[in-house]
Write a protein that binds this ligand. Sequence first.
Ligand code: SAH
Length: 257
Amino acid sequence: MTIPTSTAAPWRVRVLTLFPEMFPGPLGASLAGKALARGDWQLEAIDIRAFAEDRHRTVDDAPFGGGAGMVMRPDVLDAALTAVTGGPDALDRGRVVCLSPRGVRLDQRLVRDLAAASPLTLVCGRYEGIDERVIAAHRLEEVSLGDFVLSGGELAALALMDACVRLLPGVMGNSAGPSEESFEGGLLEYPHYTRPAAWTDRRGVCRTVPEVLVSGHHEKVRQWRAAEALRLTRARRPDLLDHRPGATDRDARTVCE
Ligand code: SAH
């Protein structure tokens, strides 16, 4: 069987890390892995340590001002970044993102932007983080996965890439998929059900699927899903309703009727 290859230029990502062996990691499996093998996207992991010049290949040092932990040195990271992007003034440097808990929170809108940005460079921090001056000198965009602290940027970079890759043309089997998903319309997604239509759980409770879903009435299914999406969003993430693109009160009333 020949595997169809997308005609679009592949999405190119370069990851700067102290742990290049972590890539592609989980992105080598499943749909992302198949897309990688097909050449729909390209991933290059660059070992920051290769740019350290001393005998011990030192990449970190103690923080000025004292305190716990170590900080990634600006000179080593600068050499790595310049080799990869051509430096802050290179016309073809693309977007250069540093994963950091201080960054703007990653959301589906930013994921969509980054999936359209090629080449994309991701910088993974370790220890206490990276020297502030290299962030300024290379105008790094700081992006956070959420309000928690990971021990390194690698898992954040993998999560970011996974979210982007599934948006690339031809990667998801069902191309209609992502447009209906959580966040795409500014709402959480409606609940899903599959066979069997009546399922008895461990406590002996028979759980059926909502009647409308087995009715075969497509318009009613659509309305039910829209109403459920709105109900779930109101209950769990009312903040999303305030920022919904093109949302009006009328939409909300229509789906609630
Ligand atoms: N001392 C820092 C945390 C450093 S954690 C602070 O308190 O802000 C080490 C590295 O893990 C960071 O440099 C960053 O690259 C990564 N990291 C940790 N949490 C992250 C998050 N929520 N999102 C993205 N990257 C994160």
